[in-house]
Design a binder for this molecule. Structure first.
Ligand code: SF4
Length: 222
């Protein structure tokens, strides 16, 4: 029911419905989500999940965007006792310790979660709703740019002269942790460089959304 709404309207609805119980997470692969959030709900914190394996360029880019747009950047880290370098032997456990558990800590006690998921990210995300219940985490999940295409993102970037991630012009179309991210070739999916040479396609933050959704009514919080 939100498919025709501008992301600003979705974000303002989310802020009005959930107030301080709203968590925004961003991967800082590009500026789109945090720019829209800074325009629509400038008081919102933006959470960066720092796995310990982010590209230095991503940390630099997040700081640049924070300084330019003025949002509060909150960095959430893994448990200090999380086993190191599991990406070499057991990437699913590595993602669970370094992404999923920190996310669940960031969402603890909150009612809603804003993400930058887009349907065009990958085949696994083509059915991503704008708003749905995440029954795994017991929050309302809001994906305000789910319907935006790559062309929409580029048009928004050009309209507001937004900067690009420093690795974007080196072939990195989707940017995660450095051990698990490769550049993509012409014609490849945006996320084809993530966990290249493995069957893994998702880190666990956004698993099977279509299997875990129930529609929500506009204005209906919990
Ligand atoms: S993307 Fe790679 S390095 Fe990052 S948490 Fe997952 S397995 Fe570990």
């Amino acid at each position: 029911m939100f498919d025709d709404a501008h992301p600003h309207d979705v974000l303002r609805w989310a802020a009005g419905t959930f107030g301080d119980d709203l968590v925004v997470t961003a991967s800082f692969g590009d500026a789109t989500l945090v720019h829209l959030v800074s325009q629509a709900i400038p008081h919102a914190d933006v959470v960066l999940l720092d796995t310990g394996y982010l590209f230095a360029e991503t940390e630099w880019f997040a700081d640049q965007l924070r300084d330019r747009f003025g949002f509060r950047l909150r960095t959430v880290h893994p448990d200090p006792d999380a086993e190191r370098d599991l990406w070499q032997t057991d990437p699913d456990s590595c993602c669970r310790m370094r992404k999923v558990e920190p996310l669940e800590r960031a969402l603890a006690g909150k009612r809603a979660w804003v993400t930058g998921l887009r349907r065009s990210d990958s085949a696994q995300r083509v059915s991503t709703p704008i708003v749905h219940r995440d029954l795994l985490r017991n929050v309302t999940k809001i994906n305000p740019i789910a319907t935006w295409t790559d062309a929409d993102v580029a048009a928004h970037r050009d309209a507001y002269s937004l900067p690009e991630h420093p690795l974007a012009d080196r072939g990195y179309a989707s940017i995660g942790c450095w051990p698990c991210t490769w550049p993509v070739g012409d014609g490849e999916d945006e996320r084809a460089g993530r966990w290249r040479h493995r069957s893994k396609t998702e880190c666990g933050l956004h698993v099977s959304p279509v299997d875990h959704v129930q529609p929500v009514r506009i204005g209906a919080g919990r």
